[in-house]
Design a protein around this ligand. Structure first.
Ligand SMILES: [Zn+2]
Length: 484
């Protein structure tokens, strides 16, 4: 068999190369020296999920990584189209059982011109970086020494460039191949020819880049540099890569720009809801809405919304009795986002006003039938319980004046809030005459804490009821404040 004689030649070669081989891989870096065909299919079966490293550590054939190798060469073709072509259909060319059929376009043309249809066996042509990794692993770790005695580092073999062929019957083809641009490597690797004619390109770094791209496409969260440089980062990924090929294969349309996972950034927004142009005139209980989030302003008119997106937002504040208003803000991180909103009372807004008219300071001592007049001109009469009611009073400040014969007319001021119930009770003192006698004193017949104040002969008298162990109260019959 021809192969047997080739191996015998290889055996001689070993003797030669061991003389010239220097340790540490410091040999001609383009060189691989085999004692038998490393790509020949073996009987090793690898379970699905086996890695390139598994093949390197257990097999003595690169056949296990062939599916991945084919993906890598296809990716190379995507990166640089029309660089590699198939030599399987060149008349007379037989490929070794483990050889991949791709070859540099110029080298293929040269091969076709050299063999002119005559039978020629190519034991090895283009080799993918996955295969080179396995070979280099054996060489480095002293594995499979009956197969390989020298292997170039991944990314350094001319077989990865697609310009090299190994021809077992090299002596028969040497002159024809060299005439077509092939260079015979000589005694250090007798079967090896490098094509150096037209169209020869060094795509070794492209071969490494093809792997880096495939790895990244399949491991978006463990990306490595796509620099075509073989280093530890690339080597460790190659070791872990699936020998049977990646789930996501070669892509000539380029990698889609990876959509960066948006980091959810939310911010909070604070503001006050106030009336008109006076920011201290707070509007309590307004509903504040931004997008899908809303809240209710506090009694101080303050609101805070959290979990808002950054960017432009519209803040809407609404409350019954007010015209709904909006302001636009641009929310950002790292700053205090403020968005206060001014509300204007809706025209015609009214609130309900109720109150009781009572005697002195005792709100339970009700005065029935008192007349209640508002500064709006509206009037009402307190009922038997002293209760008066105005169903609709214009929103805003209003003066409430209560009067009844025998009592001093008195006024209080309230601010009517729209669409709600407002209270405005008034305490009346008896005896307009007493007030007259006391002049400007309006506190006659009232209690202030334990102090009772009343008029006596036109003079204001104040008595501290606490001194006599009593408390100030209103005499229910007479309507006077007195110590009781
Ligand atoms: Zn070779």
């Amino acid at each position: 068999m021809r192969r047997a004689s080739v191996f015998a030649l290889f055996a001689l070669l070993v003797a030669c190369t061991t003389e010239v081989t220097v340790e540490g891989g410091d040999h001609d870096e383009d060189e691989d020296v085999f004692l038998s065909d490393p790509d020949l299919p073996d009987r090793m079966l690898f379970a699905a999920g086996a890695t390139v490293g598994d093949v390197a550590r257990t097999a003595c054939s690169t056949a296990g990584v062939k599916p991945l190798a084919q993906q890598l060469l296809a990716e190379v073709n995507c990166l640089r189209p029309d660089t590699l072509t198939s030599i399987a259909s060149i008349p007379g060319v037989s490929l070794g059982a483990g050889a991949l059929p791709q070859l540099n376009v110029g080298a293929a043309r040269g091969l076709r011109a050299a063999n002119r249809g005559e039978a020629i066996t190519i034991s090895s042509s283009t080799r993918a970086t996955a295969q080179q990794y396995v070979l280099y692993y054996w060489y480095q770790h002293g594995r499979c020494t009956s197969v390989v005695s020298l292997a170039a580092k991944p990314g350094r073999s001319n077989h990865e460039s697609g310009v090299a062929i190994d021809v077992p019957s090299y002596s028969a083809w040497k002159s024809r191949l060299t005439a077509q641009g092939f260079r015979w490597l000589g005694s250090s690797d007798v079967v090896h020819f490098d094509y150096q004619g037209a169209g020869a390109v060094d795509i070794r770094s492209l071969a490494v880049k093809a792997f880096q791209r495939l790895w990244n496409r399949n491991h978006p969260s463990d990306r490595i540099a796509e620099d075509g440089v073989w280093g530890d980062a690339t080597a460790s990924r190659m070791d872990r890569s699936p020998a049977g090929g990646f789930a996501i294969g070669p892509s000539c349309s380029g990698d889609p720009t990876p959509t960066p996972t948006p980091t959810p950034t939310t911010v909070s927004l604070t503001g006050v809801i106030y009336e008109g142009s006076d920011t201290s005139a707070r509007v309590a209980g307004a509903t504040v809405t931004v997008g899908a989030r809303s809240t209710t302003a506090s009694a101080d008119g303050v609101y805070t919304l959290t979990g808002l997106p950054t960017g432009a937002v519209t803040i809407t504040a609404s409350k019954s009795g007010y015209t709904t208003a909006t302001v636009d803000r641009v929310l950002a991180t790292g700053v205090d986002n403020w968005g206060s909103v001014s509300l204007t009372r809706a025209s015609g807004a009214t609130g309900r006003l109720v109150g009781v008219i009572y005697r002195g300071t005792d709100a339970t001592a009700r005065i029935a039938g008192a007349t209640v007049r508002l500064s709006t001109g509206q009037t009402a009469t307190a009922d038997a319980s002293g209760l008066y009611t105005f169903p609709a009073v214009a929103a805003g400040a209003v003066t409430i004046t209560a009067s009844k014969t025998g009592f001093t007319t008195r006024s209080v001021t309230r601010t009517i809030a729209a669409a709600t119930e407002n209270w405005g009770s008034v305490g009346l003192s008896t005896g307009a005459a007493l007030i007259d006698e006391c002049g400007d004193v309006t506190a006659a017949g009232t209690c202030d804490g334990a102090i009772v104040s009343h008029c006596d002969g036109g003079r204001l008298v104040q008595v501290d009821c606490a001194a006599s162990g009593q408390t100030c109260g209103i005499d229910a019959d007479e309507g006077y404040a007195d110590c009781q």
